[in-house]
Design a protein around this ligand. Structure first.
Ligand SMILES: NC(=O)c1ccc[n+]([C@@H]2O[C@H](COP(=O)([O-])OP(=O)(O)OC[C@H]3O[C@@H](n4cnc5c(N)ncnc54)[C@H](OP(=O)(O)O)[C@@H]3O)[C@@H](O)[C@H]2O)c1
Length: 337
């Protein structure tokens, strides 16, 4: 039995997914959530009852340990009996994000943990150099991981497939299931308004842009399966994929399963540069810059993820984009396909 600490495991998205997947391992792994939320009575941990996936009657208690991410002592104390630390943290201030995760990494080493995964769950290592948020928030953490002695992995999953669940029928909890706790707005694909942003890849003979998407629920399953691997993670990029499709392959699938024609909105790198140059000030401008940089990556070939974990863990059968669209759009709408 391996105890796994999930920093940020309280989150309804990845936290919930990783904790649920670990609970479904028949006691092989015990999830323990690390959270900065403090109990009013000063206790340092609490227990909550969670359903266990695959069983309608079974439940399990999950421990939450309250940590002070600013304190090395607090972190080391919370990790003493832990084998593997998975971070699914997201802190919008990049400096705090980096410092918090590096402190967590060093605490994991000091506590004698065997494995560590920083909060990644998006594009590839190479993409970190092209998107300012990744360059400032994720790259320095990965560099600290490389300099450390702990076994580690960079889990890349592409875009959350759950973006495609935004606006799907609400019937009988269908939309909540499709979103898996995800609460952001649409990006690249807007199935509510009926349009798809289409990157224009320039250059003679250039390959069309690809996008990997993985359902948040499958990310937890892949992480649990990676914890089962006996071979070292080896500080590798352990990518996972639900589907990797060309943007122009996405469109007919979306149209078929939503029953709605999509407007195609082509965009070029030049247009993105102009938009970024005229971006507004403040938070809105930062988000606009990030979207322009992510879309620029799409014009340069997209966001394909090497599915290393799919190969290493063939027991995990992730949902494809087509299965996702059929289940959450066509079936509850009664669209026959
Ligand atoms: N591929 C994609 O499409 C995609 C989309 C969105 C996000 N992501 C990535 O997925 C990862 C997780 O993102 P998310 O949106 O799931 O995260 P999230 O739910 O916003 O946050 C995760 C947890 O971080 C903790 N947290 C928040 N602020 C904190 C702070 N100041 N100090 C310490 N802990 C703090 C919270 O736990 P407590 O309150 O319990 O401490 C929270 O539950 C990130 O690496 C993000 O870049 C990928």
């Amino acid at each position: 039995m391996v105890k796994v600490a999930i920093a940020g495991g309280s989150s309804p998205t990845l936290g919930h997914s990783v904790v649920s997947a670990l609970l479904a391992t028949n006691g092989r792994h015990t999830p323990i959530i690390l959270s900065r939320k403090k109990a009013d009575d000063g206790t340092t941990s609490s227990k909550d009852v969670w359903p266990v996936a695959g069983s309608s009657s079974s439940t399990a208690e999950v421990e939450t340990r309250y940590v002070d991410y600013e304190s090395d002592d607090s972190l080391v104390a919370s990790l003493r009996d832990i084998d593997t630390v998975i971070s699914v943290l997201l802190i919008h201030d990049t400096d705090t994000f980096v410092k918090t995760q590096i402190r967590l990494l060093h605490a994991a080493e000091a506590a004698g943990c065997r494995r560590f995964a920083p909060s990644e769950f998006a594009g590839t290592y190479d993409m970190h150099f092209k998107v300012d948020f990744d360059k400032m928030a994720k790259l320095p953490v990965w560099e600290a991981v490389l300099a450390s002695k702990i076994d580690a992995a960079m889990f890349s999953s592409g875009m959350f497939m759950n973006y495609l669940g935004i606006g799907c029928p609400e019937k009988d909890g269908n939309r909540a299931e499709a979103l898996a706790g995800f609460a952001e707005g649409p990006f690249l694909f807007n199935l509510v308004e009926g349009w798809v942003d289409m990157p224009v890849v320039e250059g003679d003979g250039a390959s069309p842009a690809l996008i990997t998407m993985t359902n948040i629920r499958d990310i937890g399953r892949f992480v649990a399966a990676a914890i089962d691997l006996e071979q070292p993670w080896g500080k590798r990029e352990l990518g996972m994929a639900g589907s990797t499709l060309r943007f122009d392959e996405m469109v007919p699938l979306i149209e078929k399963y939503t029953g709605r024609k999509m407007e195609i909105r082509p965009f070029t790198k030049k247009q993105l540069q102009e938009r970024a140059a005229n971006a507004s000030e403040g938070v809105a401008g930062i988000i606009e810059h990030m979207e322009c940089q992510l879309k620029t990556v799409c014009c340069e070939g997209g966001i394909p993820i090497e599915p290393t974990l799919n190969r290493l863990c063939p027991g995990v059968k992730p949902m494809t984009v087509e299965e996702f669209l059929r289940k959450y759009w066509a079936e509850p709408s009664g669209i026959s396909v």
